[in-house]
Design a protein around this ligand. Sequence first.
Ligand SMILES: [Zn+2]
Ligand SMILES: [Zn+2]
Length: 248
Amino acid sequence: MTPEQRIFTERSDAVSRTAMIGALVNFVLSLIKVLAGIYGHSQALVADGLHSLSDLLSDILVLVAGRQAAQAPDSDHPYGHARYETVATLVLGFLLIAVAIGIGWDAVKRLFAPAELLQPGALALSATLVSIGVKEWLYWWTLGYARRVRSDLLRANAWHHRSDAISSIVVLIGILGTLAGLPYLDAIAAVIVAMMIARIAWELGWNATNELVDTGLESARLDEVKETIRSVGGVRSIHMLRTRRSGG
Ligand SMILES: [Zn+2]
Ligand SMILES: [Zn+2]
């Protein structure tokens, strides 16, 4: 094995290992948080649980659509199958927007009808603490891999775990506030978590749409491409360089 091949294998091993563990943790956390949110009377915790569920869905999307997208071109799809992943991402974006609107609507309704505000208890509080601890651990663990194999993708995944921990901290503030006698704080925390989900949905949908309408690469990447072309022996100049993305 050449050193380049070894780095490539190490990298893809690190990506699949952290993706698998991340998906497993999201599965367990979403189950714990939705159940503890319902039985522990915290709307914000249910919202945070749905956030973890949406993370799980996008993990699965990356694994499944990624496999489909890796198929070689055939007579039906001469450009390959990479954009199946893009379309799936767009659908996920719409799904998440719907989830965010549902959570936000429910929470705002309760804010205007204070009798319907929930009173979270110890169950919701402990599930939230577990979620913060586990997600912060996952951040450091994934960041360790990112540093070892120098991967931007893994670094981005690590930061997503930390933003999940922050989402749970918002829930914690909501629950503690409600316990301290500010009954509307749990519903406000639910609205904030809904907005965080909406932001993820917007980013996914916007990037997928840009790819589907053949948006060109940003100028920094374009310069890199030009640099690479110029470095080829015998090349004198470049005309008509057109770029677009296709899946990963
Ligand atoms: Zn095909
Ligand atoms: Zn997340």
